[in-house]
Design a protein around this ligand. Sequence first.
Ligand SMILES: C[S@@+](CC[C@H](N)C(=O)[O-])C[C@H]1O[C@@H](n2cnc3c(N)ncnc32)[C@H](O)[C@@H]1O
Length: 254
Amino acid sequence: MRKILLIGIGPGGPNYLTLQAVEALNRATVFFIPDKGDEKAELRLAREQICERFITAPGYRFVTIDIPKREAQPQDYRATVDDWHARIADRFAQAMTEQLTDGGCGAFLVWGDPSLYDSTIRILDRLRLRGMEIDYEVIPGITAVQALTARHGIALNQIGEPVIVSTGRKLAAAGRWSGETMVVMLDGEETFAKIDAEGAEIFWGANLGMDDEVLVAGKLPEIAPKIQRIRRQVRAAKGWVMDIYLLRKAEDTP
Ligand SMILES: C[S@@+](CC[C@H](N)C(=O)[O-])C[C@H]1O[C@@H](n2cnc3c(N)ncnc32)[C@H](O)[C@@H]1O
């Protein structure tokens, strides 16, 4: 039986790492690093630096897993993702079989928390369904959602109300904001500036926890051009940007 630790490392600098994550880092000897090709070198480096800084025992190593490309604009999103995950599972299985001995302990350092918009858990489940003997353990991490609310100093929910966590793709498809408190992730298209969001207030953050972190808050749509300008500046400066935002009714502001 191979043991795999899915270690949530938080959404930015090493200060987001939990004590439980540090303890888990010291249990693994092989660190699998999925590489999508466009993987930002800085993010890969961040993972390696976390290991260097927090692992006390020598002898651990990194194993890169090349991740196949996914179709960019699929007709059938779910079927395309399903097929893509099957192909990733093949690569995971090969890497684990070749690089981790039976009884060994490997780990994936998962950005943020493994439960949120991350497929590592689903892919390991696939391997178990195929009959591979893997025992996995999830070590929770701070999510980008928590980093966003903490840095803006706001509560995630309004009193007694739910919160929707969604994606830029879903919000763009709806074309309008529903009026509920909503956190939007994975939005590469500046959807906040393209939808009908009258009456909304936005709390936006980019590259949270990193040296170039930026925060902007204000009423939509007035503030949207400012966020777009800053977002483009951040992206131009380092070649990529990761951003997240919360929308809520402006009148709910205390
Ligand atoms: C594939 S999801 C991974 C989420 C991660 N598992 C988590 O728990 O936060 C990537 C998205 O998370 C958000 N994100 C992750 N890290 C971030 C950061 N440091 N600053 C802003 N947004 C971030 C962005 O919306 C990005 O598109």
